[in-house]
Design a protein around this ligand. Structure first.
Ligand SMILES: [Zn+2]
Length: 325
């Protein structure tokens, strides 16, 4: 199993050079911790748990694919200026790992939320040869566990804030519990024969496991792998044989393969609709409801449930989804 525990390395590197406690020395008394997160998911979690004790910047914006993203020189400079660097891990940020190791060995607090989850929460698909599926946020229960990771890491870095982090985490977890219950309710209402989720890449295995859907991505776990004609043909067979009526596109991945699938099924006399656009590895626009973790999941759950014949309010579980307007 491949797990790169940068956080532990960072602690070791910091302790060895005696800079661990001094790392925040440049920060003014009472000023918020300057946190840089890779994905907007991780940034949102740190913002919720950190509250006003943190100031969070995300490296990856709306619609950006973390599997293929390479850090720019200014990203690296931003990482080196941060007090804390938070990332997903489990090789989601496949092209950034070297830079994150460098930042960690410079004595920064660097931690990965997914790497720190207990193994029993993780999925190790046979085709990834021993590494875990990094898309852990698609199961809300996993994200609840991740909130605990962030609370503990921030508290270790800033012990004076421990009570605030614990209170913030508890409040956010309560919101996530409501979201998880909504997921169970609306996806539970999808008819048995329609419980198949076909997407552009394999980002939804955790969602499928948690909420009882069979999940098939056209590309693999990483968008770095190419989907072959044979994969597309195989999925067309499945769509036709099972009379599956919808496939989904993703905001951070090209829709080319999904459209090929729809055309392939149409050529065999079976109509497949595009069930909507899902957020897989990026959130919606900053400042919008869909730009938060809860809004993103609400959008996905509501879109999937409605397209597959379940029942869900068009405006989602809090009445806030943009698609209703
Ligand atoms: Zn992905």
């Amino acid at each position: 199993m491949v797990r790169v525990d940068l956080s532990r390395r960072a602690v070791l590197a910091g302790a060895a050079s005696g800079v661990l406690l001094a790392a925040g020395g440049a920060r003014a008394q009472g000023a918020p911790l300057n946190v840089v997160a890779t994905t907007a998911h991780v940034g949102d979690l740190v913002r919720n748990v950190g509250g006003d004790r943190v100031r969070v910047a995300n490296l990856l914006g709306e619609g950006v694919d973390p599997h293929s993203y390479r850090l720019t020189r200014s990203d690296t400079a931003q990482l080196m200026r941060a007090d804390v660097v938070a990332y997903n891990g489990l090789l989601l940020e496949g092209k950034m790992t070297d830079a994150l190791v460098r930042v960690a060995s410079a004595g920064k607090t660097v931690f990965a939320v997914a790497d720190a989850l207990p193994e029993e929460l993780l999925i190790a698909p046979p085709e990834t040869e021993g590494s875990f599926d990094p898309h852990v946020w698609m199961d809300v229960k996993n994200w609840i566990a991740a909130a605990g990771v962030v609370r503990d890491r921030l508290s270790a870095r800033d012990p004076a804030g421990a009570a605030a982090y614990a209170a913030n985490a508890a409040r956010h977890v309560a919101e996530l519990e409501v979201l998880d219950a909504y997921a169970r309710r609306v996806l539970g209402a999808v008819p048995e024969t329609a419980r198949v989720l076909i997407t552009a890449h394999d980002a939804f295995n955790y969602l499928g496991r948690a909420y009882g859907l069979e999940v098939r991505g056209i590309q693999g776990i990483s968008t770095e792998s190419e989907a072959g004609l044979r994969e597309i043909e195989g999925l067309v067979d499945l769509l036709v044989a099972r009379r599956i009526g919808a496939a989904f596109v993703e905001s951070s991945v090209t829709d080319r393969n999904v459209r090929a699938l729809v055309e392939g099924a149409a050529a065999r006399g079976h109509k497949v609709a595009i069930g909507g656009e899902l957020y897989s590895d990026a959130l919606g626009a900053p400042g919008t409801y869909e730009g938060t973790y809860i809004g993103m999941m609400d959008h996905n759950l509501t879109t999937i449930a409605r397209a597959l014949g379940g029942e869900a309010p068009v405006a989602g579980h809090l009445g806030r989804l943009a698609q209703a307007r």
